[in-house]
Design a protein around this ligand. Sequence first.
Ligand SMILES: [Zn+2]
Length: 336
Amino acid sequence: MQRWLLVFLVLLVSASSGGLVSAAPTRALSGSDKLQVVATLPDLANLATAIGGDRIDVKTLARPGQNLHAVRVKPSHLVALSKADLFLQVGLSLEHAWIPGLLRTARNRKVLPGTNGFVSAGEGYSMIEVPVRLDRSLSADVHPAGNPHINISLGGGPHMAERIRDGLIRVDPAGEEAYRAGFAQWMTRYDEARLRWDVVSAAVAEKKADACLYHQEFDYLLGEMGLSIAAFLEPRPGLAPTPSHLAKVIDIVKAKEIPVILTAPWSNNKNCRRVAELTGAAILQLPVMTGSENQSGDWIRMIDATVEKIAAAYGVDAQAVLKAHAEATPLSTGKS
Ligand SMILES: [Zn+2]
């Protein structure tokens, strides 16, 4: 963040919140005094709302469809952070280009790293694509700790939800029972959805097919669906494609007969179109977070739609597979 912008933002927050440094009292929650939660992603906001219900008021910083490695900070972000009781990020370096500076500038002691009000919901997740050694030539890599896009993986939801629940309980112990109940209710929905996703994924995995992506973004999900990733349009995460790299990608897509280039709203660009034109592959734009691609603001529905789209790209009709599975599965009598 540029220095002049920081100075401007500091002045703005100072004027709007009446001071630069917030104290950290225990909140007494009343009807209009809800716990103020700020989330980097709509995914985290949706999970927090499902767990916290009407005890919390949630604001989201990133807009659906944005490149999470390059979110442009706005004065409204700083105002929200300065008033937050709980801050939620995915972490794993996903938001490291814009969040640390914002938190330092907001100077809200309740939500600084290491405090009860700071939650990295992805922490502890079993990451893929973790660099095996530190390489200075990779300094431009936007995935320095491994692949951080766990919000678009089947397993990421419950992992993030659990840490959000624990964060809510830490800053609002009086609501523990409500937060545990909200989490349990969400997990029931998740478990039902996971059965659907696993059935469809098994059908996709039978294709033993390869995938081509623009950015290392859907890697968890594709692995969970049994697809192998053969090529990325970016030579490294965050680096724009070069002509020589694109030529290699085109060869791979042709050789492996990859039917589709998977991309995101922010990366659906001329390079994707070029690879598609020269290989005959289609382009499939997928949501990178809840709410993008005009999906509803519900994380489970976003994953539902994404799984169905990927399956269709590989010739699997998700609804037909689920119908056939339901017909072949004997109904439970409910008796033990
Ligand atoms: Zn990334």
